[in-house]
Write a protein that binds this ligand. Structure first.
Ligand code: ATP
Ligand code: MG
Length: 445
């Protein structure tokens, strides 16, 4: 992308309504604009990042054997009356009446709709196990939308639902989600710690929230520092291996890690003092096993091998895709701007032409631009007639992990400069070597 032709409306001033770094930086870097309270438009670069996160979520869900689909944002109130949640959900639910006077709602979540789809089509134990998910906009009329996309009213969420014959099978589905979430967050360059959580209004005995540590997080968390040393890496996972997944689950849940809702001071005190950590965290996902709560209420049953009709065991599993962008920025920024992890960056590298219009500099930038694209990468070429200082400030603000700086002086020696946004370290090399270097970095990302 050539910056001169892109739509990247950067703000010089710090927007006064933004209280936390991620909100400020998302507005300043031209990623989002507020449409109304807690509702945002996603400008081209913000939308690009949202799509990248969505793709990672899809890839990891499909890898775990879960099936993507798409349910609508608007739902009929009737299904929610059946489950009993139409009244329970309260003011957070946006209720709408259509021209025929029918009660509708903008879905805050989808247990009812998916259970209805399931019960109308699945009748036999032979069709289980089954996990369906979608990534769709949700609406919750939050009393206090704030912090930009972190606590929006309209937000983008992955929600998945497992249907199983037995509790044992459903707990395997729980573990599949647990492990696929670990992989998902790690690919996004995030450390998200699974913490034992409270069932809340959805109910359920088994539930974990995944939290990204950040001072601006809304949850208070207590954990054994040992859990932060765990990393998933690129190990192969067989999602059908019941014991294998259980053992990964146990590795991650053995160290103490809980939110304030389930915190147990006595257990926490048993953790060696130097490893006892208290902090704040941003909830970027949650998994639940809730048994037959919805299948009982909505008669989602299958016939077993012996001919009995039994309600299915279910769970629901969510990832806050739009909130994740805020969480990533909270975890990865400095005074000058965002620092995108390689796995989610909107462009792989920025090219800064220090002297636009200089024949050699223009030619070298062109060579880099085309060369990176030929390697399947997406560069952002700052080809504007701007001062070097302004170009550097823009690159720092938007946070591409790698910058290639091209100027007539370096080119006299046949070199351009490759700079890491994270460390600030620079190295001079030929344009060909710079292309190789960037391509090498993104291999396997
Ligand atoms: P919270 O406690 O933050 O209100 P929740 O527990 O009600 O969230 P879930 O029903 O677990 O939310 O939804 C799954 C995920 O969707 C959450 O883990 C979170 O990342 C995201 N999410 C929930 N509410 C919002 C919101 N208002 N804005 C942005 N993302 C949200
Ligand atoms: Mg939650």
């Amino acid at each position: 992308m050539r910056l001169s032709t892109y739509f990247l409306p950067i703000l010089k001033e710090t927007p006064s309504e933004a209280q936390i770094a991620s909100h400020r930086l998302m507005l300043r870097a031209g990623l989002i604009r507020q449409a109304s309270a807690g509702i945002y438009s996603w400008l081209p670069m913000g939308f690009k990042i949202l799509r990248k996160l969505e793709t990672i979520v899809h890839e990891e869900q499909i890898r775990a054997g879960h099936h993507p689909m798409l349910m609508p944002t608007l739902q009929s109130a009737d299904l929610w009356r059946e489950s009993g949640r139409y009244d329970d959900y309260g003011q957070e639910m946006l209720r709408i009446t259509d021209r025929h006077g029918r009660d509708m709602l903008y879905g805050p979540t989808n247990e009812e709709l998916i259970t209805d789809i399931f019960r109308n089509s699945v009748k036999s134990y032979k069709d289980l196990p089954l996990t369906l998910y979608h990534i769709q906009w949700k609406f919750r009329d939050e009393i206090r939308p704030r912090f930009g996309v972190m606590r929006g009213r309209e937000f983008f969420m992955k929600d998945g639902y497992n249907f199983d014959l037995t509790k044992e099978d459903a707990l395997h589905a729980y573990n599949r989600h647990f492990v696929s979430y670990l992989r998902t967050y790690e690919r996004m360059g995030l450390k998200a710690i699974p913490m034992r959580a409270d069932g809340g209004p959805i109910g359920g005995d088994y539930t974990h929230e995944f939290l990204v540590l950040a001072d601006t997080g809304e949850s208070e968390v207590f954990y054994d520092r040992a859990v932060t040393d765990l990393s998933f890496g690129d190990r192969e996972v067989d999602f059908g291996d019941v014991d294998g997944l259980q053992s990964i689950y146990e590795t991650w849940t053995t160290p103490y890690a809980r939110t304030d809702e389930t915190h147990d001071a006595a257990l926490f005190d048993a953790v060696p003092e130097e490893r006892r950590m208290t902090s704040r965290g941003i909830e970027v996902g949650q998994i639940f096993y809730f048994g037959t709560k919805y299948s009982d209420a909505m008669k989602a049953e299958v016939v077993t091998e012996s001919g009995d009709r039994v309600p299915v065991h279910m769970g629901s599993h969510g990832i806050g895709v739009s909130r994740l962008i805020g969480a990533i920025i909270e975890a990865s920024h400095d005074d000058n701007g965002i620092i995108w992890p390689e796995g989610v960056t909107p462009f792989h590298a920025g090219i800064v032409n220090l002297k636009q219009g200089d024949t050699d500099a223009d030619a070298a930038c062109d060579q880099l631009y085309k060369g990176l694209m030929a390697r399947g990468l997406e560069p952002l070429y700052d080809d504007r007639e701007e001062r070097a200082g302004a170009k550097f400030a823009t690159m720092d603000l938007i946070g591409l992990p790698w910058r290639i700086t091209v100027g007539p002086r370096g080119l006299k020696n046949g070199v351009v400069e490759v700079t890491s946004r994270r460390t600030g370290d620079s190295e001079n090399m030929s344009p060909e070597a710079a292309i190789d270097r960037i391509a090498q970095i993104y291999k396997g990302v």
